[in-house]
Each structure stands twice: as C-alpha cells, then as structure tokens.
Design a protein. Structure first.
Length: 231
C-alpha cells in the first residue's frame, strides 16, 4: 500500500478528496439529476489522481549534465537577458522554456547538483503559460543554483492560465542534487531554465522532455545549439 500511495504527490490528496466527495454526492443524487453527473465526477476524480502522480525517474549522474526540471514540450529556446531581479551577471543567456499541459507530470526537479544561492518569489499575472510573455509577466518562483566551479543557472516555476499555486520545498543555502524533486505547480504551467553563460542547448523547440531524465545541456560540450526536423 505504501508503494501505491507514493505515486501521488502530497499536494494532491486534498483535491482528490474534494473531487471524490463531490463525485459521491452526485452519484447518490443520480435518481434526481441523472447518473451521468456522477460518472463525470468519478472520471474527474481519476484525472485528479493522474494529474498529481509523482513517478520515480532515472537521472543521468555524470558531472556537467543539466537535466529537464519538468515534463512537457519545449516551446522556446532563446538568447535573452535574464530578469533584473535574478542578478545573473555576464550578459545574455540561453533560456529553455518548457510548457506543461494538464496531462503532464507537474512535479518539478532540480536541473543540476549545486547550492541554492537565491530563492525569489515574484507575483504576477496568469497568462497562458505557452506564450513567451509568461516568462516575464506571470507569477513565478525562481531558484539560482551555483555549482562547484562557481558557474550558475536559474530554474523558474511559472504559473499559467489555470495554475494558481506554486509550491517550492527548498530554500537558500540548501545543497541540492540533479533530478531531486523540489516542488510542484498546479494545473498547467511552465518551467524556464537559464543556462550558464556560453552553454548551448542540446534540445530543440517542439521536443518533449521528461523531468529529471532529458538532458537539456552539457557543461562539457562545445556543440552549437542543435537543429531539429519534424518527421
């Protein structure tokens, strides 16, 4: 039973309970309102369990690999100047933006081993997370992680059109490992990674990522940004 229950993130239990209670009430009222609504309630309860699933992942552990912080679709890879609030010095960086739809795993993972030197919450709007402006205008939680060689990167949890809560379970001065679970965003969202200066992406726009497993970049690689084609 313990192995079964661990597939659900703790953040999800109250929502599953609410969905289940509502579904049960609708089912009991089936003779008055129709059993259709009870069936819909139980389907939504099952979806809620599915949404908050928290699967194990196999993370590549070679030093220098930067892994995806989330499941989803890469919607943008751009050279941008990081937001001023992050105080990331040295000029523009490659930003990889990953959109999570309501069917993706929403548990977030640390991209690389290091120490959190900055944790910053920024209130904002709730634009569709697939839009580029979501990176700058939406509500977000940012971690800046410094590695042993003093290079740093930023990983950002961004709320979307439906998402209204960001949960981050780590804080400043905490040591973290690659692939470590560290938070969750509810109901559709976005994750951004600002790579260290001079590091190129090893993924392409449109590619699907697996949180904690897909390699986004390699500190030891000298390869240019990759190109992709739809086949």
């Amino acid at each position: 039973m313990r192995n079964v229950l661990t597939i659900v993130h703790p953040e999800g239990w109250r929502f599953i309970g609410i969905f289940g209670v509502v579904a049960s009430i609708l089912y009991l009222l089936g003779n008055q309102i129709g059993h259709f609504w009870g069936d819909i309630g139980f389907i939504l309860t099952a979806w809620c369990v599915y949404f908050f699933r928290n699967p194990e992942r196999v993370t590549p552990t070679r030093p220098g690999l930067i892994v995806s912080p989330a499941d989803g679709k890469i919607v943008a890879i751009k050279e941008v100047t990081p937001p001023k609030e992050l105080m990331l010095e040295g000029g523009p960086r490659t930003r990889i933006s990953i959109f999570l739809n309501v069917f993706d795993v929403h548990v977030n993972r640390i991209p690389i081993e290091g120490t959190i030197i900055q944790s910053l919450y920024h209130p904002g709007k709730f634009f569709n997370a697939s839009l580029d402006k979501a990176s700058e205008h939406n509500e977000r939680q940012t971690l800046v992680i410094e590695m042993d060689d003093k290079k740093d990167l930023a990983v950002v949890q961004i709320a979307g059109l439906i998402a209204r809560r960001i949960r981050c379970d780590v804080g400043e001065d905490e040591k973290v490992s690659s692939g470590q679970r560290y938070g969750i965003i509810r109901f559709g969202s976005r994750a951004d990674v600002y790579l260290p200066i001079g590091v190129n992406a090893l993924v392409v726009e449109g590619q699907r990522t697996v949180g904690g497993e897909t390699v986004l970049a390699d500190l030891e690689s000298v390869e240019d940004n990759r190109q992709g084609a739809i086949n």
